[in-house]
Design a protein around this ligand. Structure first.
Ligand SMILES: Cc1ncc(COP(=O)(O)O)c(C=O)c1O
Length: 374
């Protein structure tokens, strides 16, 4: 699949210069077609193919998601959004009064409130101080103490695109006997990841950003070795091993990460997610990473040449699909309005403009943004 074929799959290109993929990816033709196919099946057969859907979801879609990140299919659970995956960990661990969790002080709120909510169980937050928008492994190491159970952080920060050194962070946590929980939504689909080499314990990613899938989809990775560290907080008929016999009540969990799916999953959305993930596989995560980083570089050079300040870190290994910038004098709201009137979509985020070019974008899109800047 080449760039042209990808671009043809995104009708939004005829209407907008869409550089806001870190918010919500535009729906592509194959994603919509796959969801339509599923719904047509329900229209024509009702429940008739239910067992086929379950098998397809577990035996086809999970392996495709797992292969994206170097996981095993039995380490994957479907979730409706990233936040749900973070909640599985926050609410699933056997906390003791006085435990603590390390959280960066610039996290997306999904990865803050679920930990704040544990105060009533005696769990405290130790804030990892960001340094100019960066989260340093050394700071994490210094904050871990005897009562630290979890380090939880975004692989890529939502506001400025800072890319965590996941490898070193994961090795630190493993060596100190602390669980590492990762909000992966701004990483997965944009940047390559191999969890066979990177000892992350839990990772959650919604499907609607860099994975190019529909809203209401996503996956939770629970490493096999960490499965029994969590008690699924939401338990239903789908969490248990004997899920076929509804009156033989037997609270024995499924042997895999499927235990975190309490009931019926979002099949229509998952069919769309599968189509999107097929595209990501065909393009290959490594090529996608090179593409988004290259577009980001053009953008950075361009905004700097126009007198803007780049908020995102440009240090080696710290860039991602997100480039945030602002004008030293003009309010970002004014710049944002100017881009909107030129039909260029970026996000206004924490006082800066946040651009996030994806696989369906090209250098011409970045140039259109630069041309529209005041
Ligand atoms: C880093 C990060 N985490 C979580 C979320 C929320 O994702 P979801 O709606 O899938 O829970 C976002 C959305 O912008 C995000 O950027």
């Amino acid at each position: 699949m080449d760039l042209r074929a990808v671009q043809a799959a995104f009708p939004i290109r005829a209407r907008r210069v869409y550089l806001n993929n870190a918010a919500i990816a535009p729906a592509s033709v194959p994603v919509i077609a796959a969801m339509d196919r599923f719904l047509a099946d329900v229209r024509d057969h009702g429940d008739g193919h239910y067992l086929d859907w379950c098998r397809h979801a577990d035996d086809v879609i999970k392996p495709k998601l797992a292969a994206l990140v170097g996981a095993r299919p039995d380490e994957i659970a479907f979730i409706k959004n990233t936040t749900e995956g973070l909640l599985q960990v926050a609410n699933g661990l056997d906390w003791r009064d006085g435990d603590n969790v390390l959280v960066p002080d610039i996290e997306y709120p999904s990865n803050v409130y679920c930990w704040m909510n544990l105060a009533r169980r005696g769990v405290g937050i130790r804030w990892i101080p960001s340094r100019d928008g960066r989260i340093l492994v050394e700071d994490i190491a210094a904050l871990i103490d005897a009562r630290t159970r979890v380090v939880t952080l975004s692989a890529v920060q939502f506001s400025n695109g800072f890319r965590q050194d996941l490898q070193r962070t994961a090795e630190l946590c493993r060596d100190r006997g602390v669980l590492l929980n990762v909000d992966g939504i701004q990483w997965v689909g944009a940047l390559d990841l191999d969890l066979t080499r990177c000892p992350v314990d839990f990772l959650s990613a919604g499907g609607h950003k860099w994975l190019l899938g529909p809203i209401g989809t996503g996956f939770f990775f629970c490493r096999r070795a960490a499965l029994d560290r969590l008690r699924p907080p939401n338990i239903g008929y789908h969490s248990v091993a004997k899920d076929a016999d509804h009156l033989d009540y037997d609270l024995v969990f499924r042997p895999d990460a499927g235990r975190f799916e309490e009931a019926l999953v979002n099949f229509p959305g998952l069919w769309g997610l599968e189509a999107a993930v097929d595209m990501v596989h065909e393009l290959a995560p490594r090529r996608i990473e090179a593409h988004v980083l290259a577009l980001g570089e053009i953008l950075i050079e361009g905004v700097l040449a126009r007198g803007y300040t780049v908020v995102s870190s440009r240090r080696p290994g710290e860039r991602s699909g997100i480039v945030s910038f602002r004008h030293p004098a003009r309010p970002s709201e004014e710049v944002y309005a100017r881009l909107q009137s030129a039909r260029v979509d970026v996000a206004l985020c924490v006082g800066a403009l946040r651009a996030s070019p994806s696989v369906h974008n090209d250098a011409g899109d970045v140039q259109a943004l630069l041309d529209a800047l005041p």
